[in-house]
Ligand binder design. Structure first.
Ligand code: C2G
Length: 130
């Protein structure tokens, strides 16, 4: 069984996230999704609209997600990959190169981001519609 993992905040889940999860799952048979904790988001200077438990519930509802884990710090990826015997680590290509150091223990793949959508854009567009 080929196991895939990806990580993210997945706030205000949108089509870009769903395309990423769909493509990540298509690379293997089982997809782990690491959801950034609220504390980890603070390290990423990200203020999510939804708390971890809500973001986790929403990602768990996506058909491509097989298992969710919590992402609490940058260094846990290597541990997660070894512990779960992950074959492929996937991220959107805005992270291209950032995780190449993991290629000694798994295949590292960066997938093209979905253009024209982001949580930031959604917030900005809604703000302007007021
Ligand atoms: N994504 C995408 N297309 C978009 C928006 C996001 O493909 N239009 C992808 C991102 O590249 C990422 C995933 O969806 O692979 C989740 O995006 P975010 O929730 O913004 O995740 P991020 O804050 O980049 O956290 O340790 C890794 C970090 O936790 C990644």
């Amino acid at each position: 069984m080929k196991k895939v993992i990806t990580y993210g905040t997945f706030d205000m889940l949108h089509i870009g996230h769903v395309h990423l999860l769909r493509r990540a799952k298509a690379l293997g048979d089982y997809l782990y999704v690491g959801i950034s904790s609220d504390e980890f988001n603070a390290l990423k200077n990200k203020q999510a609209y939804y708390r971890l438990e809500e973001r986790r519930t929403i990602v768990e509802a996506i058909r491509y997600t097989d298992e969710v884990l919590v992402e609490q710090h940058w260094e846990q990826k290597r541990h997660d990959i070894l512990q779960h015997n992950i074959d492929i680590f996937v991220m959107g290509d805005d992270w291209k190169g950032a995780f190449d150091h993991l290629s000694d223990i798994c295949q590292v793949i960066y997938l093209p981001r979905t253009v024209g959508i982001s949580t930031t854009k959604i917030k900005r567009d809604l703000h302007h519609e007021r």
